[in-house]
Ligand binder design. Structure first.
Ligand code: 0O2
Length: 268
């Protein structure tokens, strides 16, 4: 392979990141639907740009013909978490899938083994099988798992690193190292009130789920019930919502659900 057909070569990488994006997001959705804390806050994906692939190959002295068998981060997934503890939950979720829809090749814990730059993240390199119109292919993919604070630091440091191209001034390097420590301190401090934050989020999530159930029930009853009665329900809902009492909202929803079931039964 002397001339690379980039579009053709990169297609399965894009497919891999697209599929993994859906899979990690559905894990997040599952936690939210079950009103549990999701260790996954945000999923982002990217396929390295051709320029960036060529730069990395050049820096590492990789022959152009060996790029696809050597570089393992052409396909990348980034999972952002709220807390450091969540990172290790995500790591476990990935390990649990090892040998199923993915194969783990390597793990690097740059949280417990912080890089000299101050970089922290957990990296897992996997092989992920995709089936394209041109057949089956195993795609290497680097999953980076980090907190929001780690991500904030890494994004800024990455752009400065790019700007100075390996010649970052000493004072800037030192400043960034200090910032990395400060942001890790923030992660550690936030970790101490993790349970409290999770409980608050759960209450908000429960209320959101309940409100959508109520509105769905009222909407359904509109199709089969008496308009005047439904308008009363709507008004009652607004009053209860403003009062903000979850137990009362739950009782109201139970009543709506019973009514909807009764209407359904009489219809049958
Ligand atoms: P991009 O644009 O994010 O893809 P190497 O890249 O040669 O240092 P290697 O073996 O490829 O190392 O893997 P490593 O060290 O696990 O790093 C891979 C990726 O981790 C990098 O990809 C960065 O995204 C991130 N990373 C690693 N070290 C640092 C760091 O000190 N600062 C920041 N901001 N990110 C880091 P790329 O290809 O460098 O960049």
């Amino acid at each position: 392979m002397d001339i690379i057909n980039w579009k053709e070569e990169l297609f399965p990488y894009k497919q891999a990141t697209d599929e993994l994006y859906v899979k990690f997001n559905s894990i997040k959705k599952e936690y939210i639907d079950l009103e549990q804390h999701s260790p996954i806050e945000l999923v982002q994906t990217r396929v390295k740009s051709i320029a960036s692939i060529l730069d990395k190959a050049n820096k590492r002295d990789i022959a152009i013909t060996k790029i696809f068998e050597t570089l393992e981060d052409i396909a990348g997934i980034r999972i952002t978490c709220k807390f450091v503890e969540d990172i290790y939950k995500v790591v476990q979720l990935i390990r649990d899938r090892d040998g199923q829809d993915l194969v783990i090749k390597e793990e690097e814990d740059y949280i417990n083994n912080t890089k000299s730059s101050g970089y922290r993240s957990y990296h897992i390199t996997i092989k992920y099988k995709v089936i394209t119109a041109r057949g089956c292919k195993e795609i290497p993919c680097e999953i980076q798992i980090r907190t929001m604070a780690m991500n904030f630091w890494a994004t800024i440091e990455h752009s400065l690193r790019y700007k100075y191209n390996g010649n970052m001034p000493k004072h800037l390097k030192e400043k960034l190292e200090a910032c990395a420590e400060a942001s890790f301190k923030l992660d550690t401090e936030m970790g101490t009130i993790r349970e409290e934050i999770i409980q608050t989020q759960k209450i908000i999530q429960t209320k959101e789920n309940l409100v959508s159930k109520i509105l769905k029930n009222i909407q359904n009853l509109y199709y089969i019930g008496n308009i005047e009665e439904m308008n009363n329900f709507n008004r009652e809902f607004i009053d209860l919502y403003q009062e903000g009492n979850i137990e009362k909202l739950q009782e109201f929803n139970n009543m709506l659900q019973t009514m909807a079931d009764l209407y359904k039964m009489s219809y049958i």
